[in-house]
Design a protein around this ligand. Structure first.
Ligand SMILES: Nc1ncnc2c1ncn2[C@@H]1O[C@H](COP(=O)(O)OP(=O)(O)O)[C@@H](O)[C@H]1O
Ligand SMILES: O=C(CO)[C@@H](O)[C@H](O)COP(=O)(O)O
Length: 505
């Protein structure tokens, strides 16, 4: 009987389940989407029941044609920085505050005051921010006393699913490094941060390596997923560090760009990386003993989805008629607008911003609107605005070493139009991987395989990952993008007071 591994990419837009053969071949994948509820200006929540339904549906779909016993293990790549509060039975006590939720600004300030901004960064490899889990848990304590009182553990996204699959309350080091309460050098929960936050350490889950087997599926979970009870559940990691492994970034300095709902430019390092002005961040890698220096923006693919929903009703109809993706129809429209979108500039701060701006109050805008601008210009401006913002992250990363090329991955990189715009604006060669949308799943499959003992080590990832196409920056567009970048920067500076004012009650 052939043997398989299951990888779940529990992302922001949905859960992608992938079935891999133990030889490294992607056999089948299926995405079950779910909603994010954005409200009250800076709240962003998802429902644990939606995640669970997506996990069950997508798993059943990919194992339809195989024997359940042929699946050796199941693991995860998970959206990070969530705050899932559960009782002793693992029941979720409220909707999940996801990474994009920025409501806990006040808690961030309190924590900064007590621990100190420099010290927070030195401990965590992250500055205090409303996007991290511990600030979110503090918010729940301060605003929902009853929920907090009943909270047995705070879990991250995939860890909630693991709890439902095995009954265990765990997380891995890479996810823990996205909580703002993790001592990155000591690889343990930070007593210093937790005591300043006034959160007892026993509310945090047990720490594990990404490749640790957490347990077998419970009988109930096995039935809901259509799998066998002896299927092993392997811990897995955060989607940031998983994307590093999936992009083949396993050694010092191998840099990549992951473009999903959010986006990041990151690499691998043998040591904890601390940035002199604290704008870049550092996660624990899924490979033990390694780290992932990273600069991350909040709304990349998210900006594209926003404009899709706000403006592209007609294109939805066309896509339906053609039986293709709405994004392909939008990409065609982008080609009708010239580089620079006739001077239209988009600031992609729809859910505030992380590195390097670290401004939760920033919001999105189109600047320089003229009578001549059409829908195609708006859509192009969105892609260019995201690319220019990634350009700022790239410049920050360049302070630590020359970067001429990046591996490109993530669901947003599927289209050639977007990939070429990225290459032109960033001015670097981009090597796009095949199956960009499954790179983090590849990592989860590798982790599952190591966990259940069919793979020796992480080098097996080379069997799974192939470069599909290279995008070379086109020199002729440099002048127009250099000018747009100046407008982009000036636009942000001019709006700083506006952001502050708009955040005041
Ligand atoms: N063909 C395409 N061209 C451009 N962007 C795309 C395309 N397909 C999907 N996207 C973008 O990719 C994002 C989803 O990225 P993905 O990595 O699959 O999901 P997640 O962020 O949930 O992990 C969506 O927000 C969408 O805007
Ligand atoms: O922003 C981060 C990590 O810093 C991501 O982990 C988010 O969790 C969302 O991931 P995608 O859904 O965009 O892949």
């Amino acid at each position: 009987m052939d043997k398989y591994l299951i990888a779940h990419d529990l992302g922001t837009s949905g859960d992608k389940a992938s079935l891999f053969s133990i030889e490294g071949k992607l056999v089948k994948s299926y995405t079950a989407s779910y909603k994010t509820h954005y409200f009250h200006n800076n709240y962003a929540e998802q429902e644990t029941e939606d995640w669970w339904e997506a996990i069950c549906r997508s798993t059943k779909e990919i194992v339809k044609e195989i024997e359940p016993e042929a699946v050796l293990g199941i693991s995860f790549s998970s959206q990070m920085q969530a705050c899932v509060v559960v009782d002793e039975k693992g029941n979720a006590l409220r909707p999940v505050m996801i990474w994009a939720d920025q409501r806990s600004g006040e808690q961030m300030e309190k924590l900064t005051e007590k621990v100190g901004a420099d010290r927070m960064y030195e401990i965590n490899g992250h500055r205090p921010s409303a996007s991290y889990s511990i600030e979110k848990l503090m918010w729940i304590r301060d605003h929902e006393a009853e929920v907090y009182q009943n909270t047995y553990k705070m879990l991250l996204a995939k860890d909630y699913i693991i709890c439902r699959l095995t009954g265990k309350f765990v997380t891995d080091y890479s996810e823990a490094s996205g909580t703002d309460a993790f001592d990155l050098k000591g690889m343990e929960w930070s007593e210093e941060v937790l005591s300043a936050a006034e959160i007892p350490t026993d509310k945090m889950p047990e720490l594990h390596a990404s490749t640790d087997v957490i347990g077998n599926l419970t009988a109930h979970a096995a039935e809901e997923l259509g799998l066998a009870v002896n299927t092993k559940v392997v811990c897995g990691g955060g989607d940031g560090p998983c994307s590093a492994l999936g992009a083949g970034s396993t050694e010092n300095g191998q840099m990549f760009l992951s473009y999903g709902t959010s986006a990041w430019i990151a690499g691998t390092s043998d040591e904890v990386f601390l940035d002199k002005d604290r704008t870049l961040i550092c996660f624990g890698h899924v490979i033990p003993g390694k780290y992932m220096p990273c600069g991350t923006m909040q709304a990349a693919g998210n900006s594209y989805s926003y404009i899709r929903h706000a403006m592209c009703g007609e294109e939805e109809v066309t896509a339906e008629k053609e039986g293709g993706s709405i994004y392909d129809v939008m990409n065609r429209l982008v080609e009708q607008s010239p580089a620079g979108a006739k001077g239209l500039v988009f600031l992609p701060y729809l859910v505030g911003e992380r590195s390097p701006r670290w401004n939760p109050d920033a919001s999105g805008s189109f600047l320089g609107i003229r009578m001549e601008h059409e829908k195609c210009d708006y859509i192009r401006a969105v892609l260019e605005g995201v690319a220019m913002n990634l350009g700022i992250i790239l410049e920050k990363q360049r302070e630590n070493g020359e970067i001429q090329e990046l591996v490109l991955t993530g669901g947003g990189a599927k289209g050639d139009t977007l990939s070429q715009i990225l290459a032109d604006v960033l001015g670097v060669r981009l090597h796009r991987l095949d199956h960009v949308e499954t790179a983090t799943s590849v990592a989860a499959a590798v982790i599952a395989g190591i966990g259940v003992g069919v793979f020796k080590d992480f080098s097996v990832v080379d069997q799974f990952v192939k470069r599909e196409k290279t995008f070379v920056p086109r020199e002729e567009y440099k002048p127009v993008y250099d000018h747009q970048k100046k407008l982009f920067e000036k636009g942000y500076e001019c709006l700083l007071d506006y952001y502050k004012m708009s955040a005041e009650e």
